[in-house]
Design a protein around this ligand. Sequence first.
Ligand SMILES: [Fe+2]
Length: 155
Amino acid sequence: MDHFEWTEDLNLGIDIIDSQHKRIVDYINEINVAIFHEDVAMIFDVMERLKDYTLDHFAFEEQLMNQAGYVLLEAHQQVHRRFEDKIKKLEDSLLNGQDPFGVARRIRTSLMAWLIQHIKHEDVDYVPVVKKVLNKKQGWINAALDRIFGQTEEA
Ligand SMILES: [Fe+2]
């Protein structure tokens, strides 16, 4: 099974973001488990939760960058939107009856590759700007987590 281990070099040093990225990796590993056990229902279930969580994470990250006054916000948002389209297309092919294991493998491979390069090349760029305002924004962060992820989902 291609279990993906989180490595230190993927940490941005912003705990709230790092834990969200780790959660996305957990979902990718759940997809691996579903492929390994040939569990179609699990693939559908994880795909749904993975999509919802990733979209929520993007929303949180974008609002945090906005709060910090990050100048490349718009470009970063476009990168997120393009990836959302990709996830939605993969979900559509799943719902339209394509081989769920083939789709699951594509999701696993493309999401993992995308996440690693996105963290290392794009997310890393907002870190200094966001870190500067983190201490002053704790109240806002807690409210945003509740608003975006909901009370029941620990972010
Ligand atoms: Fe991002």
